[in-house]
Design a protein around this ligand. Structure first.
Ligand SMILES: Cc1ncc(C[n+]2csc(CCOP(=O)(O)OP(=O)(O)O)c2C)c(N)n1
Ligand SMILES: [Mg+2]
Length: 272
């Protein structure tokens, strides 16, 4: 799929990029921008638009790719990623059309989403706020403050997705900090919770497109994913977190993506 190819191209530049977390989130981004969200690239600041916050801002290369494929940015601009003077930096900023918030310091996106959702309610708009978090990111205490706030305010127009790729910067999330039972934890905070195959666009659209799942509650989707999904020699590898692809590796990644397009159903085979 073109999003993954763009990401590979960006990660082959001098800046490198967070490929693993962009590939685990590719189908979530595709579902959101392709079907679920009400956004218009011709009017990126229209008041009635839905808001998206990439709380795991390090996956910026994935966001730039989907924004370009959705018409917010010229596809050619992706070549400028990481170059001096480019607005496409290692972490996203609001100078980029479609980027609602500067992110990269983990743990802040859910609170931003709460603000967007509350503002919409106060203004009488039907806009929703969508927030994508990493699973390692959930170790930030501010996430749980925002989770309490969202449920207390009854923000049913807030939708959060956890990219549950089970890896963070230095290893498996469950070995670094106990994460489970993740769904029960969010439920106990007052959220409506569902789980889905995070590489199945249809399943993601069905779930993310039908919120609120419970009246008066914010929605949390645990998207089961594989870090680096789509390229067998990177999938499920901690080392996929941040890569600068050599010319040889770039060619290999491009040929895998071209010759064996990613199945949207499961990442399990490719993790082996
Ligand atoms: C507050 C903060 N601490 C540390 C970092 C450095 N950092 C960048 S990515 C990352 C790991 C995040 O893991 P996860 O949330 O699971 O992301 P994913 O696996 O989706 O890439 C860390 C620690 C950061 N960006 N912000
Ligand atoms: Mg992770």
């Amino acid at each position: 799929m073109r999003v993954r190819e763009h990401v590979a191209d960006m990660c082959a530049g001098p800046e490198g990029g967070h490929l693993g977390g962009a590939y685990s989130a590719t189908e979530v981004l595709t579902a959101l921008y392709g079907d679920v969200m009400t956004v218009d690239p011709a009017r990126p600041t229209a008041p009635e638009r839905d808001r998206f916050v990439l709380s795991k801002g390090h996956a910026a290369v994935g966001l730039y790719a989907i924004l370009a494929e959705s018409g917010f940015l010229p596809v050619e601009e992706l070549r400028e990623y990481g170059q001096p003077g480019s607005r496409l930096m290692g972490h996203p900023v609001r100078a980029v059309p479609g980027v609602e918030a500067a992110t990269g310091s983990l743990g802040h996106g859910l609170a931003l989403g709460c603000g967007f959702a509350l503002a919409a309610r106060l203004d009488g708009r039907s806009s929703k706020a969508f927030v994508l978090m990493g699973d390692g990111e959930l170790q930030e205490g501010s996430v749980w403050e925002a989770a309490i706030g969202a449920a207390s305010l009854g923000l049913e127009n807030l939708v959060a997705v956890v990219d549950r790729n089970s890896l963070q910067l230095t290893g498996p999330t469950n070995e670094i900090a106990a994460m489970e039972p993740l769904a029960e934890r969010w439920r106990s905070f007052g959220w409506a919770v569902r789980e889905a195959d995070g590489h199945d666009v249809g399943e993601l659209v069905r779930n993310l497109g039908s919120t609120p799942w419970e009246p008066g509650r914010p929605s949390l989707l645990i998207a089961r994913t594989v870090k680096g999904h789509g390229v067998p020699f990177l999938a499920g590898q901690v080392a996929s977190h941040y890569v600068t692809l050599s010319e040889r590796k770039h060619t290999r990644v491009r040929s895998v993506l071209r010759n064996a397009p990613v199945s949207h159903n499961t990442g399990k085979d490719e993790a082996r």
